[in-house]
Write a protein that binds this ligand. Structure first.
Ligand SMILES: NC(=O)c1ccc[n+]([C@@H]2O[C@H](COP(=O)([O-])OP(=O)(O)OC[C@H]3O[C@@H](n4cnc5c(N)ncnc54)[C@H](O)[C@@H]3O)[C@@H](O)[C@H]2O)c1
Length: 393
């Protein structure tokens, strides 16, 4: 089979890229090869919104790529190799696809620990994982959630709101401590306790085993934890194997230029898997949904001849209980912070500054305006003071 544009990976990047291609080329053929059994679907709803709907289901998440972007979506199709010398890829069942231009949108794989696969064990990432967890909650009274990052905090909050008994294991001294200043981390942490979540702080899960319909986890503080099921959110690793084997540069992701092109003019990469030169923040890999959609679209447009440098600074948002936050740039406790609260932990802005007092990240807590101002602040790269930042957003 031959496609003018071939996309490996069937997620949100693939959907956006197909739409981006269509903005420039209405007739070229587009093929999407995705290992997932589902067509491209929207992901944030899986860890957030769908839990609050009594009626959940497949219709709530597909993006409509095939009909809206006129793309051929091949689900359950895993690419095994890329042959750049004759512009083709081969699947693990031996099917061959030729391409005019190729996009690698292979995403990332969840980090796993040593624990045999089981319906009681979910490494939360895909729609299939969401379905598995919903199934598990029908019988499990107590679920351990391991990891205090985005997945861990969103799932722990969603599960506890469903009335499930939850134990959250985090390596942070307080939940959110790896990115929030102490004042906010304290509020964030307390939110879980207030909703009945037991938190095991400052410890990591090292191994696990399943016995008598229970999962037993060993923690590195010497303690153990037993639950009816476990959800892991231990971070992800970019899926670079295909690119690596095809001789493309890989360095914490597939290395692309400002046009999202690899060193091969006919091969692009975008999304979680791409290491790109952000115009404001410098070279990096970004794992949030906004990056997937914006970068996917930009890659698609460039594949179809747009030749536009990618210059969008991505942001992300998260919802935990009644609170929500959005952020742009880098949130790291290694940076100093300036906090501008209307009311501490209820509504305000946290600025993350480097050694030169230049703002590198902005976190807006229950504040849903000011994203443009934050983008401008980051792009200006000027030293700031507490006074200059106060009341800015
Ligand atoms: N709102 C959002 O933007 C959003 C929501 C969900 C997921 N995501 C994305 O999904 C990806 C996966 O999310 P995630 O939460 O798995 O990653 P993450 O990197 O946010 O958090 C992983 C956490 O797990 C901890 N950890 C690692 N090993 C551990 C162990 N053995 N025991 C206990 N803790 C351990 C780490 O210290 C880290 O705090 C990320 O790329 C994230 O950006 C984003």
């Amino acid at each position: 089979m031959q496609y003018d544009y071939l996309i490996i990976g069937g997620g949100m990047v693939a959907d956006s890229a197909a739409r981006g291609i269509r903005e420039h080329d209405t007739t070229g053929s587009i093929g999407i090869l995705g290992a997932d059994s589902d067509e491209p679907y929207t992901r944030p709803a899986l860890s957030k919104k769908l839990w609050t709907d009594s009626d959940f289901g497949r219709d709530q998440v597909p993006l409509g790529t095939a009909s809206e972007a006129d793309a051929h979506v091949h689900t359950g199709t895993r690419v095994a190799s890329i042959d750049r010398s004759n512009s083709s890829v081969t699947t693990d069942t031996g099917e061959r696809y030729e391409y005019g231009t190729l996009l690698l949108a292979t995403g990332a794989e969840p980090t796993r620990i040593e624990l045999a696969p089981s319906p009681r064990v979910v490494y939360f990432r895909t729609f299939a994982d969401y379905r598995a967890l919903r199934e598990l909650t029908k019988t499990a009274d107590h679920i351990a959630v391991v990891g205090g990052g985005y997945i861990g905090t969103e799932i722990a909050s969603a599960l506890s709101l469903q009335g499930v008994k939850v134990t959250l294991v985090t390596s942070d001294a307080v939940v959110g401590g790896h990115m929030f200043p102490p004042s906010l981390a304290a509020v964030f942490d307390k939110g879980f306790a207030d909703h009945g979540v037991t938190v095991r702080r400052g410890t990591k899960v090292t191994s696990g085993a399943e016995a008598s319909a229970r999962v037993q986890l060993q923690l590195d503080d010497g303690s153990a934890l037993e639950a009816d099921g476990v959800v892991f959110g231990l971070g992800v690793r970019p899926s670079t194997e295909l690119a690596d084997a095809a001789g493309l540069a890989v360095d914490d992701g597939i290395v692309v230029d400002q046009f999202l092109r690899t060193e091969d003019d006919h091969v692009y990469a975008a999304g979680d898997v791409a290491n790109y030169p952000d115009a404001v923040l410098g070279r990096r890999r970004v794992e949030h949904v906004d990056n997937a959609t914006e970068m996917g679209k930009a890659a698609g447009r460039n594949m179809a001849g747009a030749a536009e440098p990618y210059s969008y600074t991505p942001y992300f948002y998260s919802d935990i209980y009644d609170d929500g936050y959005q952020a742009i740039g880098t949130m790291s406790t290694s940076l100093s912070t300036v906090e501008d609260w209307k009311s501490v932990g209820k509504e305000g802005v946290v600025y993350y500054l480097d050694d030169e007092a230049v703002v590198r990240g902005v976190l807006m807590w229950n504040v849903w305006e000011g994203l443009d101002e934050a983008r401008t602040l980051l792009a200006e790269k000027k030293p700031q003071t507490e006074q200059s930042l106060r009341g800015l957003i």
